[in-house]
Design a protein around this ligand. Sequence first.
Ligand SMILES: [Fe+2]
Ligand SMILES: [Fe+2]
Length: 474
Amino acid sequence: MSIDYQQKIPNNVDLASDKTLQRALEHWQPEFLEWWADMGPEGSHEYDCYLRTATSVDQAGWATFGYVKMPDYRWGIFLNPQEPDRRIGFGAHKGEPVWQDVPGEYRSNLRRIIVTQGDTEPASVEQQRHLGLTCPSMYDLRNLFQVNVEEGRHLWAMVYLLHRYFGRDGREEAEALLERRSGDADNPRILGAFNERTPDWLSFFMFTFFTDRDGKFQLSALTESAFDPLARTTRFMLTEEGHHMFVGRNGIRRIIERTADVMVRERTDAPDRLRALGVIDLPTVQRYLNFHSSVTADLFGADLSSNAATFYTTGLKGRYLENRIADDHVLQGATYPILNASSGDLVREDAPALNALNERLRDDFISDSVSGVEAWNTALQRRGIDFRFFVPHKGFNRRIGSLAGAKVSPQGKVLSESAWNARIRDWLPTAEDRAYVQSLMGRVVEPGKFANWIAPPSGGINGQPVDCEYVRFN
Ligand SMILES: [Fe+2]
Ligand SMILES: [Fe+2]
């Protein structure tokens, strides 16, 4: 399915055949560009960046690479092809044909799902907008910009649905997506983690490792949707999401490798010594990990949620890899284990599976994170270092759901307030940690050069060498 690049808005949805919709989106386009000029990567607008752009939605060869100024990036609307005779895979409508339009009774819930997803996309661009000023290399700068333009495209993906299927309400929501601002006291982004700051590159890599992984799981659940246009657009978004998680996984691995090499060379694991040598000690990396993992776990919502049950039963949002699960895909009377901390201990309880769908998606997310973290440990093992990273227990540092407020250690032990307070500096980044990491952030942009605290990657982008001039400053 080829993409029409002759149009003002590149698309594969035959936008030209619907003049009213085309006009509405062409009206939104300059507002998006204005938002990008204000809130996109700071100082970057004149740079020529080596970026990939979607040119088809085929599995093989969907991207072309070339130099582009980011404000000229061809943001567009790309949906995976319609599957013939696709059927609803779960809930009360299981087995019926999927919907090409929004059923009136589900309109407000669907709009809410699309707006909530859409809001995260510009939010992350806003959170990351200063990072280019302190990039550890030109290679990393390019990767940051790739993530940023694709989050911009994800916003387009959701705005298309709002304009095409939700009439005036949808157009108003599309406007509001450009008006909220990450971290703004009066008009913040919808979800908590998207109002946190991303002040340094360790935070950025943790964000792309954990929070873009939340994106993967939310999008995967939406690819199951009975509303076919949503399923098709999220399916294509997932192909882009893969690169974002790669940036995080490899970014952290390179930081760990660099630290580990210095530890071996200097025969020390003392944080002070390592900091004096300008690398990030492993316990600090673990504390950042703990923070980002727990803040992201909250994004999945309350462990028991009647909304989650409704979204599933009505066919709006499925489970991760729904069609690979061996059950009836209706879940009436089924149960799912959740944790309760009210007795002072973590107790497993069976809850109605329909109400526990957020918890189930969170569990899927956590086991995916665990396997990602294991790859970092391999780098340590290979160097004979005993330290092991781990994903903290899901009750650690939670703000949402039944575990909110419970004091649970990263190992999963319920603690008294005073025991928690005595250890918190070991578990979450301290002001000193953040100041130290911040002190490392300089700007390295000579091709092939890397900041002292991070190892070079094993290869470049799209088969280019590591020392390719990925960004040309003009
Ligand atoms: Fe995204
Ligand atoms: Fe992403």
